[in-house]
Design a protein around this ligand. Structure first.
Ligand code: FES
Ligand code: FE2
Length: 390
């Protein structure tokens, strides 16, 4: 069920408004005790996840990737076709990505069992031709877009209901795209919370100076949650990197205010920042946090950070080093803190968070509702792992 659940047009009413919202949502610390532990909730596999950047998979090569502990070999054939198959030879389970790309197939490096793009074993060089070929390995739907290689690791029967990500700014020449591509040692849920909870600007006080976050509106649906913020600078000067990304905050003739919209549309997350008086986002960020290991205590963050080019041709290239410097500084602070959150969880063994911010409570509900219990995900995988050689 969609619909706005809160609106506050007056920034001055922010605190009162939050108190009202807290009451209406119920600060339900007792109810939370009965909910599944978010940090033990798996990212649902029935979606498209990027597992590599296009540039890292050269023609005639194969690389190893993973989704939640499931090893996946990504292959680009000589003709440029990309495919994804289980990275575990059906014969002796060695990683297939160490093999040799031959024509449109991948040959295992050990005894040269050969697999096609669907994972079917199409040749065993030493097998009598009269004998039937052994079972192959699992093949995954695979697509390339926005400079990323996406794989669908989920239930094949539900592929048609997986919506492929739509990131129009990544194809818009008015934007320059920066790729985020890094492993962060924490559960994906910490990443979602970190970006959506703009009340953590204090963490970035050295880089961003004093910023007051003003929450405007929360909207939600079954598999998404979205919120609007605006900001006010209360101390310090605007840092130069921020100025180049989001503009100088000049007063526009028509008034209005800066608007930041952050959305988790499961399993993806986006952030758009539109300066007051502008029709277009100055910053359009699209992120996904792909679980790497079986327990999902690490994620590979892939992101497309699209910065709108200034009207002066070529100026973006001059500004780019400052933008990189600024965003790297922010990401470094965020990474440190979310990895500390994960370490605290590991020591505690359970989620002890006392969440009070309605947006994050809603976000956590979406992530739990749309996710899968980690144990059942392992069971599913064990059941499905029946592709051993005969
Ligand atoms: S282990 Fe792959 S062919 Fe033998
Ligand atoms: Fe941050």
């Amino acid at each position: 069920m969609d619909g706005a659940v809160a609106r506050n047009s007056e920034a001055g009413n922010h605190a009162t408004h939050l108190r009202t919202q807290l009451a209406s949502f119920g600060a339900d610390s007792t109810a939370a005790e009965h909910k599944p532990d978010l940090r033990k909730t798996g990212s649902h596999p029935d979606h498209w996840y990027p597992l590599a950047r296009s540039r890292d998979l050269k023609r005639g090569k194969s690389i190893g990737a993973a989704f939640a502990g499931e090893p996946i070999a990504l292959v680009r054939t000589g003709s440029g076709t990309v495919f994804a198959i289980e990275d575990r030879c059906a014969h002796r389970q060695v990683p297939l990505h160490q093999g040799v790309v031959k024509g449109e197939t991948l040959q295992c490096s050990y005894h040269c069992w050969t697999y096609d793009k669907t994972g079917k074993c199409v040749n065993v060089p030493y097998l009598d031709k009269a004998k039937s070929l052994p079972n192959g390995v699992r093949g995954y739907p695979c697509r390339e877009a926005y400079g990323l290689i996406f794989v669908y690791p989920g239930d094949p029967a539900r592929l048609d209901s997986a919506v492929f990500p739509d990131v129009p700014s990544a194809l818009d020449p008015n934007y320059k795209t920066r790729y985020l591509d890094r492993e962060v040692r924490c559960h994906y849920s910490f990443m979602h919370e970190n970006l959506m909870d703009m009340n953590h600007q204090f963490l970035h006080r050295r880089l961003m100076g004093g910023i007051r976050t003003v929450f405007l509106e929360l909207r939600r649906g079954d598999n998404w949650v979205e919120c609007d913020y605006t900001f006010a600078r209360v101390a310090g000067k605007q840092p130069i990197g921020e100025k180049f990304i989001i503009g100088g905050g000049k007063k526009s003739a028509q008034g209005g205010r800066d608007l930041m919209t952050i959305r988790t549309g499961y399993p993806y997350q986006s952030l758009k920042f539109t300066p007051k008086g502008s029709d277009h986002p100055a910053l359009d960020l699209w992120n996904v946090y792909v679980p790497v290991d079986r327990e999902q205590r690490a994620n590979h963050t892939y992101g497309l950070m699209m910065v709108r080019k200034p009207s002066l041709p070529g100026a973006i290239h001059l500004l780019w080093p400052f933008i990189i410097w600024f965003t790297e500084g922010i990401f470094a602070e965020d990474r440190t803190i979310v990895e500390q959150e994960q370490r605290a969880f590991d020591l505690q063994g359970a989620d002890w968070n006392q969440e009070i911010f309605p947006i994050i409570k809603e976000l956590r509900n979406v992530l739990i509702r749309q996710g899968v219990p980690l144990t059942s995900q392992f069971d599913r995988r064990t059941d499905g792992a029946s592709t051993d050689s005969p």
